[in-house]
Write a new protein. Structure first.
Length: 462
């Protein structure tokens, strides 16, 4: 018996075509019905004879007609979680920007995010307690604060311990004392957020630490830099700069844990900062209102910059005068992220001196320098994006205008007296996404942008 396969194929094709045409017709009808169906308001009711506004409320069409006698604006969404702040009590969209300032026993948290008008009020948010000690025992002195988006933790070191605090739960995840009498000083986080490099407590080494567990991964010995105090870490996380309360700085390779060279300065090293590619070091010293500049490649001091002598030398020579520079005319130094300026806190005259950093020799620019609030100012932290600078005195300064635009105060209205300040950005889930460089180093991207702009301007002028 012969099977008509060709006929069967024709039948199947006809059936499939009919089904497809039926589906297309159904889709077309559905689209028409959908177009003609009334929209649903926020309560799920059909909006007939009206118009949905931004809050999904059905407003009668007549009410939405604008005229000189009947001005009308469509309402926005009433949920601040989706539109941002629209009034007191509403949440902010896009996460938060917060200041974390470590003080003995706690971290003070302030709101740094601009409001709808672009103003920052730095309102007090909360105080995170780190130590609950008996009243006769003072809290341990804070020596450092750092943070890692990778672990979502903030790290606080004291003269005695190193703690990791989860930023979501605000619980202490680990608390390490290491060998008695050796923990801890300033520290930094590698770019991947997984490793900490932390100075010992005035000893001759740095610890390399697992950021998640607090376990020691290695030791960087700095035998010529006893009394480790301040430090910096290069932007790529590979080079460690260890400064003692002494004259000789040790530079080390982090991956190999080996010291590679030393640089000796003219007096005790205090706060220092490195540029974007770690080729220059700007160093605050004892008995100097100014700074020395060292070239990393040669291992030599190449410049000494002094503020005008009449500004400070007679006052500093008078043993009856007391200043708040940690035993020096100043304590602190900062680069703007694009490295166009060097800032130093002048403890003798309660001001910040600003140097234009063009060429090989920075030049003091008193038109940019500014007075502070008179409280001790021993550190300068450049904020996220380099738009604001945070003084240890509590002053908040607009970097471009050099004007004081705010104050950091705690819940009692007291100026923040903290040299351990971070500007942190969080997403909607409360996870840390960005952290500032606490040492006010030069930023590779910001420097590249400035140089490109200068080149473009120069070419346009030719």
């Amino acid at each position: 018996m012969k099977v008509d396969t060709q006929g069967r194929t024709k039948v199947r094709t006809a059936i499939l075509c009919a089904a497809a045409q039926s589906a297309l017709l159904t889709c077309a009808i559905s689209r028409v019905l959908a177009q003609n169906a009334p929209l649903l308001d926020a309560n799920g009711h059909a909006c007939v004879g009206g118009k949905l506004d931004g809050a999904k409320q059905c407003i009668p069409l007549l009410q939405t007609q604008r005229s000189a006698d009947h001005p009308y604006r469509e309402a926005g969404a009433s949920d601040g979680r989706t539109t941002g702040r629209i009034g007191p009590g509403f949440n902010l969209v896009g996460g938060r920007e917060l200041i974390y300032a470590a003080v003995p026993g706690s971290i003070v948290v302030l709101d740094a995010k601009p409001d709808a008008r672009g103003n920052r009020k730095f309102n007090f948010i909360k105080r995170i307690m780190l130590q609950d000690r008996p009243a006769p025992l003072p809290p341990e002195s804070i020596s450092a604060i750092m943070a890692s988006p990778a672990t979502n933790m903030v790290y606080v070191s004291t003269r005695g311990r190193l703690m990791a605090i989860d930023l979501t739960t605000e619980k202490i995840i680990w608390d390490k004392t290491y060998e008695a009498g050796t923990c801890c000083e300033r520290g930094a986080v590698t770019p991947d957020g997984l490793t900490l490099v932390v100075g010992s407590d005035l000893k001759d080494f740095h610890r390399v630490i697992d950021a998640a567990t607090g376990d020691v991964k290695g030791i960087i010995k700095t035998p010529l830099s006893m009394f480790n105090h301040n430090m910096n870490l290069s932007a790529d996380g590979k080079t460690d700069f260890a400064a003692p309360n002494g004259l000789t700085m040790t530079i080390a390779d982090v991956p190999s844990l080996k010291a590679t060279k030393t640089i000796t300065f003219s007096d005790h090293i205090r706060v220092f900062v490195i540029n974007h590619d770690a080729s220059r070091i700007y160093v605050n010293l004892n008995n100097l209102l100014g700074f020395e500049i060292a070239d990393v490649k040669s291992g030599k001091v190449v410049k000494r910059i002094e503020a005008p002598g009449e500004m400070w030398k007679a006052k500093w020579a008078d043993p009856n005068l007391v200043f708040f520079g940690h035993g020096a005319p100043m304590h602190g130094i900062a680069l703007t992220p694009d490295e166009s300026e060097v800032w130093i806190p002048d403890a003798i005259n309660n001001q910040v001196l600003v140097y234009d950093n063009a060429g090989e020799s920075p030049a003091l620019n008193m038109s940019k320098s500014f007075k502070t609030n008179g409280l001790p100012n021993g550190w300068i932290t450049m904020g996220l994006d380099g738009k604001l600078a945070y003084m240890a005195s509590g002053d908040v300064v607009d970097v471009k205008s050099h004007q004081i635009v705010g104050q950091l105060k705690d819940e009692y209205g007291r100026y923040m007296d903290s040299e351990k300040v971070l500007d942190l950005a969080f997403n909607d889930s409360g996870h840390l996404v960005r952290t500032v460089n606490q040492f006010a180093q030069g930023d590779p991207k910001a420097v590249a942008n400035r140089l490109a702009m200068e080149t473009s301007t120069k070419q346009a002028g030719n």
